[in-house]
Design a protein around this ligand. Sequence first.
Ligand SMILES: Nc1ncnc2c1ncn2[C@@H]1O[C@H](COP(=O)(O)OP(=O)(O)OP(=O)(O)O)[C@@H](O)[C@H]1O
Ligand SMILES: [Mg+2]
Length: 258
Amino acid sequence: MTQTVPLTRLENVGRIFDGGAIVALRAVNLSIEEGECVAIVGKSGSGKSTLIHLLCGCDEPTSGIMRWRERPAPSRRQWQMLRATEIGIVFQTFNLLPILTALENVEIAMVGQSVSARERRRRALELLTRVGLEVRQNHLPAKLSGGERQRVAIARSIVNNPALLLADEPTGSLDSVNAAAVADLMFEIQRLQGATLVIATHDESLAARCRRRVVMRNGCIVDDSDAANAAGWGVDRLSPEGEREPDRAGDGEREAPR
Ligand SMILES: Nc1ncnc2c1ncn2[C@@H]1O[C@H](COP(=O)(O)OP(=O)(O)OP(=O)(O)O)[C@@H](O)[C@H]1O
Ligand SMILES: [Mg+2]
C-alpha cells in the first residue's frame, strides 16, 4: 500500500494562556489525512476552538510542532499563504469585516488569486445563493442576523475550493433547516472535491455524519475513533455516510480553482 502524507499533523502540541495559568491544550497528537471528515467534540472549554485556530495557523502552539504536508512549523507568512489558497475557515465568531457587504466579504477571500473582479463577483454571488442569501448580498454584517452572518462566513470559507475546510460550530446559530443545508454543502465539498473537513461542534447530528470522531476533554484528546485509518482503508474514498465512493484513482476530481 502506498504511504500517504498527512495533510496536517500535530506533535505534542500544547497551548497555554496567561503565562500558564490556563492550559487550553496539552500535548495533543493528531494526524489528519487528505479527504478525511473529522468531528471534534467535547464540552465547552475543552479546547476545540483553540485546536481549530492552531490548525489554520491563526494561532501558534506554545509547545510541540505543527506540520503541514509534513513540513514542520510553517512561518506566519506561509500560514497566511495557506489560508489564502488551501485552507478555508468558519470561525465560531464569524469574523466578517464590518464595513464590507455580505457579497464583498465573500469576494475579498479571492483577492490575490488570479481571478478577475467579474469572476470574483460571479462566484461570490453563486455561493451566497447556495446558502440562501442572495437577497441579503448588499447588507452589512451588522444588518444581518446571527444565522445569516454564519452563512456568509460559510460561503467565504469555501470560495477558493479549500483543500482543508475548518469549521468551528458552523451550525451554532442556524435553525434545523439551514443547519442541514450548510452541512450538506460542506459534505458535498468534502465528497466531490476531495477536501478535508474538520468540524468542531456540539451538534450531535452533524458530528454523526463525520466518519472520524475526536473527543476532547480538558485540552486533551481522550478518544479518537480513527477506525478507518487503523484498518488501513482509504478514508478519502469513503462518503460521510460511510459508503464507498466509486474508485477515483488518478483522481483529478478536485476542482481546479475557478
Ligand atoms: N485568548 C485566550 N486567553 C485566555 N484563555 C483562553 C483564550 N482562548 C481560550 N482560552 C481558554 O482556553 C480553554 C479552551 O477554550 P476553547 O475556546 O478552545 O474551548 P471550546 O472547546 O472551543 O469551547 P466552546 O465549546 O465553548 O466553544 C477555555 O478554558 C478558555 O477559557
Ligand atoms: Mg469553541
